[in-house]
Design a protein around this ligand. Structure first.
Ligand code: 5GP
Ligand code: MG
Length: 194
């Protein structure tokens, strides 16, 4: 897996430093309040689990499943696959956590939906921010790192389902992208979903 990486953008140690800083911000923002960390699956589960263990407040954890990328590196439509029960949303103070703010469509759509379902407040927290790509007016309340407009993998972020378990953030070699695409195509053909 490591041989597929062309460049390491953020090492594991650098990542943890950024998370410590944001965890301190979140701790200040919610001091004295009970709140729920709502992690957007699947990409933010690695970030969310490192973040919550550095926030010494009474918090709950919830998940929402939404994606706007489908086996590729260009932005697609938003798919909402799973929403928590209304009891976990209505009247709650929510910290919506995602892996990366790219066009911003995923986070904005989710934020609006949570407000419509009665959330008392919704703040946003992302591991990465690609401001150059923003297509809707949304700024994260908390962000660990700003990166340039490159497709990145690792630390929860995938390419066609793979590489989420890399402990650092990197950019893939072109050959690895092509190999994974061919693998996906043959798997789709084998299951009749070409
Ligand atoms: P947005 O709705 O902001 O355009 O897209 C956000 C989602 O797109 C992220 O949650 C993530 O799943 C995906 N995404 C955006 N940029 C990247 C990237 O550079 N690498 C990976 N692996 N996923 C990305
Ligand atoms: Mg995502």
């Amino acid at each position: 897996m490591h041989e597929d990486i062309e460049t390491i953008l953020l090492s594991e140690a650098q990542i943890l430093q950024g998370i410590e800083r944001v965890a301190a911000e979140v701790t200040r923002a919610y001091a004295g309040r009970e709140f729920t960390v709502m992690s957007v699956l699947k990409g933010s589960c690695v970030f969310a689990s490192d973040l919550i263990r550095r926030v010494p407040l009474r918090l709950e954890l919830a998940f929402v499943a939404a994606s706007s990328y489908r086996d590729g590196t260009t932005s697609g439509r938003l798919d909402v696959n799973y929403f928590p029960a209304d009891g976990e949303i209505a009247g709650r103070e929510l910290l919506l956590v995602d892996d990366i703010l790219d066009t911003g469509r995923t986070m904005l759509a989710l934020k609006n939906e949570l407000v419509a379902r009665g959330a008392a407040s919704v703040r946003t927290c992302v591991f990465l921010d690609k401001p150059a790509r923003r297509a809707v007016p949304l700024q994260a309340d908390h962000s660990c790192f700003e990166i340039e407009d490159k497709f990145v993998v690792g630390y929860g972020l995938d390419f066609a389902g793979a590489y989420r378990n890399l402990p650092y953030l990197g950019v893939l070699r072109q050959a690895a992208i092509e190999r994974r695409q061919a693998h996906q195509a043959s798997r789709a053909a084998a299951t009749g979903r070409a």
